[in-house]
Design a protein around this ligand. Structure first.
Ligand code: T3D
Length: 258
């Protein structure tokens, strides 16, 4: 499977970026494999939640800067349209939650990958650095849209313009990561969170993700209407009936995705 490892345990798929010698920097094949993996997992009925992490001491150092110097590298604008944008779209369109297990530094587009996940858990030694400005670029891969929405405009501007590392503790303080855990328990904690998500009602989770993403550009009236429509779809599922039955029978629900 090249530079990507995919392990499925029960209903949770763990995707590991696996180029530790280059801090899991993103090459053309890695970006394409990652995008096609998200697309494939979208239609894999057995998988209900995904964990994204990196091998070795880094989460992901962003674009592989050595590859960028290759004579056959696409112009930046074309590369972003051809590979980065489809990857971020595939992550946000995945009707299943993605948990980033940020095991070390997440830089440039590597940080953006973490931002595009639904939840983030960080190891104590993890950090985020926008880094784009250090190589004369602007934040891409959705970072200029995702980051202000995750942490607010002022903090996003600070991170994007100063390119200073944000520690895991500070990331938790500003709400960018849900929690910080010791490095040796990170993957277990992320998988256990993903397992909890996998036990939820899959259609409701997919529709929640859709409603939250759609809310950013909607006014309240539009969003109230969207909620009504999506709730109608959630309410028509067998899982909704199962949730009510389980509540009344004082037992845990068994959601099937029907
Ligand atoms: O297509 C396009 O170009 C457009 C898209 C752009 C999106 C982007 O992501 S632009 C931003 C690209 N990323 C960066 O600028 C980050 C570059 N890396 C760093 O700043 C540092 O490596 C880190 C802060 C991430 C970590 O620093 P440190 O001191 O812990 O590690 P290091 O010694 O710098 O790196 C270790 C090795 O990984 C080293 O290789 P070597 O010398 O041991 O053989 C280093 O070259 C390699 N490495 C790290 N980042 C990259 C990389 N190799 C290629 N590309 C990288 N991005």
């Amino acid at each position: 499977m090249g530079d990507l490892r995919i392990e499925v345990d029960g209903a949770v798929a763990t995707i590991t970026l696996d180029r530790p010698d280059a801090l899991n920097a993103l090459t053309v094949p890695l970006k394409e494999e990652l995008r096609s993996t998200f697309e494939r997992l979208g239609s894999d009925g057995a998988v209900r939640a995904v964990v994204l992490t990196g091998a070795g001491r880094a989460f992901c150092a962003g674009q592989d800067l050595r590859e960028r110097l290759q004579p056959d590298a696409l112009p930046l604008e074309d590369e972003i349209r051809a590979r980065y944008n489809p990857l971020i779209r595939a992550m946000r369109a995945l009707p299943k939650p993605i948990v980033a297990a940020v095991n070390g530094v997440a830089a440039g587009a590597g940080a953006a990958l973490a931002f595009a996940c639904d939840l983030r858990i960080a190891a104590e030694n993890a950090s985020f650095v926008l880094a784009f400005g250090r190589v004369g670029l602007i934040p891409d891969s959705g970072a200029t849209w995702l980051l202000p929405r995750l942490v607010g405009g002022a903090k996003a501007a600070e991170l994007a313009l100063l390119n200073e590392p944000l520690s895991a503790t500070e990331a938790a303080r500003i709400g960018l990561v849900a929690r910080v855990v010791p490095t040796d328990v990170l993957i277990g904690e992320a998988q256990s969170l993903a397992n909890r998500l996998a036990e939820g009602a899959p259609r409701a989770i997919a529709l929640t993700k859709q409603a939250l993403d759609g809310s950013w550009d909607a006014d309240l009236e539009t969003q109230l209407e969207t909620e009504a429509e999506l709730q109608g779809r959630a309410g028509a599922t067998a899982d909704h009936a199962e949730g009510i039955a389980a509540f009344l029978e004082r037992r845990p629900p068994r959601f099937t995705g029907e």
